[in-house]
Design a protein around this ligand. Structure first.
Ligand code: DQA
Length: 139
Protein backbone atom coordinates (compact mmCIF):
# COMPACT_ATOMS: atom_id res chain seq x y z
CA UNK A 1 0.00 0.00 0.00
CA UNK A 2 1.18 3.43 -1.02
CA UNK A 3 -0.01 6.55 0.83
CA UNK A 4 0.90 10.11 -0.18
CA UNK A 5 0.85 12.90 2.40
CA UNK A 6 0.68 16.42 0.98
CA UNK A 7 1.21 19.48 3.15
CA UNK A 8 0.42 22.95 1.88
CA UNK A 9 1.61 26.46 2.70
CA UNK A 10 3.43 27.27 5.94
CA UNK A 11 3.40 23.66 7.11
CA UNK A 12 7.16 23.53 6.45
CA UNK A 13 7.32 25.70 9.59
CA UNK A 14 5.74 23.12 11.92
CA UNK A 15 7.67 23.07 15.18
CA UNK A 16 8.57 26.74 14.71
CA UNK A 17 5.31 28.37 13.71
CA UNK A 18 2.56 29.29 16.27
CA UNK A 19 3.54 26.45 18.59
CA UNK A 20 0.54 26.98 20.89
CA UNK A 21 -1.71 25.99 17.97
CA UNK A 22 0.41 23.54 15.97
CA UNK A 23 2.73 22.03 18.60
CA UNK A 24 6.51 21.85 18.73
CA UNK A 25 7.31 18.91 16.49
CA UNK A 26 8.54 19.34 12.93
CA UNK A 27 6.68 17.28 10.34
CA UNK A 28 9.88 15.46 9.45
CA UNK A 29 10.24 14.23 13.07
CA UNK A 30 6.59 13.19 13.20
CA UNK A 31 7.00 11.35 9.89
CA UNK A 32 9.77 9.16 11.30
CA UNK A 33 7.40 7.92 14.03
CA UNK A 34 4.50 7.50 11.58
CA UNK A 35 6.60 5.45 9.16
CA UNK A 36 7.82 3.27 12.04
CA UNK A 37 4.26 2.61 13.15
CA UNK A 38 3.14 1.70 9.61
CA UNK A 39 6.29 -0.10 8.59
CA UNK A 40 4.41 -2.39 6.19
CA UNK A 41 3.19 0.44 3.94
CA UNK A 42 4.95 3.16 1.97
CA UNK A 43 4.27 6.70 3.13
CA UNK A 44 5.50 9.38 0.75
CA UNK A 45 5.68 13.02 1.79
CA UNK A 46 5.49 16.25 -0.20
CA UNK A 47 5.23 19.84 0.98
CA UNK A 48 4.81 23.00 -1.06
CA UNK A 49 3.87 26.58 -0.42
CA UNK A 50 2.77 26.95 -4.05
CA UNK A 51 -0.82 26.19 -5.10
CA UNK A 52 0.08 24.98 -8.62
CA UNK A 53 2.75 22.63 -7.29
CA UNK A 54 0.21 21.02 -4.97
CA UNK A 55 -2.09 20.53 -7.96
CA UNK A 56 0.77 19.02 -10.01
CA UNK A 57 1.49 16.58 -7.16
CA UNK A 58 -2.19 15.56 -6.95
CA UNK A 59 -2.15 14.87 -10.72
CA UNK A 60 1.13 12.95 -10.44
CA UNK A 61 0.08 10.57 -7.66
CA UNK A 62 -3.70 10.66 -8.03
CA UNK A 63 -3.97 7.73 -10.43
CA UNK A 64 -1.42 5.40 -8.85
CA UNK A 65 -1.33 5.76 -5.06
CA UNK A 66 -3.86 4.07 -2.76
CA UNK A 67 -4.68 7.10 -0.66
CA UNK A 68 -3.84 10.78 -0.31
CA UNK A 69 -3.81 12.67 2.99
CA UNK A 70 -3.86 16.41 2.38
CA UNK A 71 -3.45 19.34 4.72
CA UNK A 72 -3.79 22.21 2.28
CA UNK A 73 -3.35 24.80 5.04
CA UNK A 74 -5.00 28.11 4.18
CA UNK A 75 -5.69 26.92 0.60
CA UNK A 76 -8.36 24.70 2.15
CA UNK A 77 -10.49 27.80 2.57
CA UNK A 78 -9.74 29.48 -0.75
CA UNK A 79 -8.68 27.11 -3.53
CA UNK A 80 -11.24 26.13 -6.14
CA UNK A 81 -8.29 24.85 -8.20
CA UNK A 82 -7.11 22.33 -5.55
CA UNK A 83 -10.72 21.24 -5.03
CA UNK A 84 -11.08 20.64 -8.78
CA UNK A 85 -7.81 18.68 -8.82
CA UNK A 86 -9.11 16.40 -6.05
CA UNK A 87 -12.37 15.92 -7.98
CA UNK A 88 -10.42 15.03 -11.13
CA UNK A 89 -8.22 12.24 -9.77
CA UNK A 90 -9.02 8.61 -8.97
CA UNK A 91 -7.26 8.13 -5.60
CA UNK A 92 -9.43 8.87 -2.54
CA UNK A 93 -8.35 11.92 -0.55
CA UNK A 94 -8.75 12.64 3.17
CA UNK A 95 -8.52 16.27 4.30
CA UNK A 96 -6.74 16.80 7.62
CA UNK A 97 -6.06 19.71 9.94
CA UNK A 98 -3.86 19.80 12.99
CA UNK A 99 -6.01 22.38 14.75
CA UNK A 100 -9.76 22.26 15.30
CA UNK A 101 -10.60 24.78 12.61
CA UNK A 102 -14.20 25.06 13.94
CA UNK A 103 -12.90 26.54 17.21
CA UNK A 104 -11.02 29.24 15.31
CA UNK A 105 -11.84 32.23 13.08
CA UNK A 106 -14.96 31.90 10.97
CA UNK A 107 -13.04 31.99 7.68
CA UNK A 108 -11.49 28.66 8.70
CA UNK A 109 -14.90 27.00 9.10
CA UNK A 110 -15.40 26.68 5.35
CA UNK A 111 -13.52 24.06 3.33
CA UNK A 112 -13.71 24.18 -0.45
CA UNK A 113 -12.01 20.76 -0.59
CA UNK A 114 -14.19 18.70 1.73
CA UNK A 115 -16.95 18.14 -0.82
CA UNK A 116 -14.49 16.17 -2.98
CA UNK A 117 -12.83 14.27 -0.11
CA UNK A 118 -13.65 10.94 1.52
CA UNK A 119 -13.75 12.70 4.87
CA UNK A 120 -12.24 15.37 7.06
CA UNK A 121 -10.20 14.94 10.27
CA UNK A 122 -9.47 18.07 12.29
CA UNK A 123 -8.32 18.99 15.76
CA UNK A 124 -6.24 16.01 16.88
CA UNK A 125 -2.86 17.65 16.51
CA UNK A 126 -0.37 15.67 14.43
CA UNK A 127 -2.42 12.56 15.22
CA UNK A 128 -4.91 13.81 12.59
CA UNK A 129 -2.51 12.44 9.93
CA UNK A 130 -2.30 9.01 11.61
CA UNK A 131 -6.08 8.78 11.87
CA UNK A 132 -6.30 9.40 8.11
CA UNK A 133 -3.62 6.80 7.35
CA UNK A 134 -5.44 4.36 9.64
CA UNK A 135 -8.61 4.81 7.60
CA UNK A 136 -6.80 3.92 4.38
CA UNK A 137 -5.10 0.92 6.04
CA UNK A 138 -8.46 -0.34 7.29
CA UNK A 139 -9.83 -0.03 3.77
C1 DQA B 1 -4.47 24.15 9.23
C2 DQA B 1 -5.64 25.12 9.50
C3 DQA B 1 -5.68 26.21 8.45
O1 DQA B 1 -6.78 27.10 8.70
C4 DQA B 1 -4.40 27.02 8.49
O2 DQA B 1 -4.41 28.00 7.49
C5 DQA B 1 -3.19 26.16 8.41
C6 DQA B 1 -3.15 24.91 9.14
C7 DQA B 1 -4.32 23.09 10.34
O3 DQA B 1 -3.64 22.12 10.10
O4 DQA B 1 -4.87 23.24 11.43
O5 DQA B 1 -2.19 26.54 7.79
O6 DQA B 1 -4.71 23.48 8.01
Amino acid sequence: MNIQIINGPNLNLLGVREKSIYGDSSFEDYLVALRKRYANITINYYQSNVEGEIINKLHEVGFSSDGIVINAGAYTHTSVAISDAIAGIKTPVIEVHISNVYKREEFRHKSLLATNCRGVIAGFGMDSYRLAVENFVNG
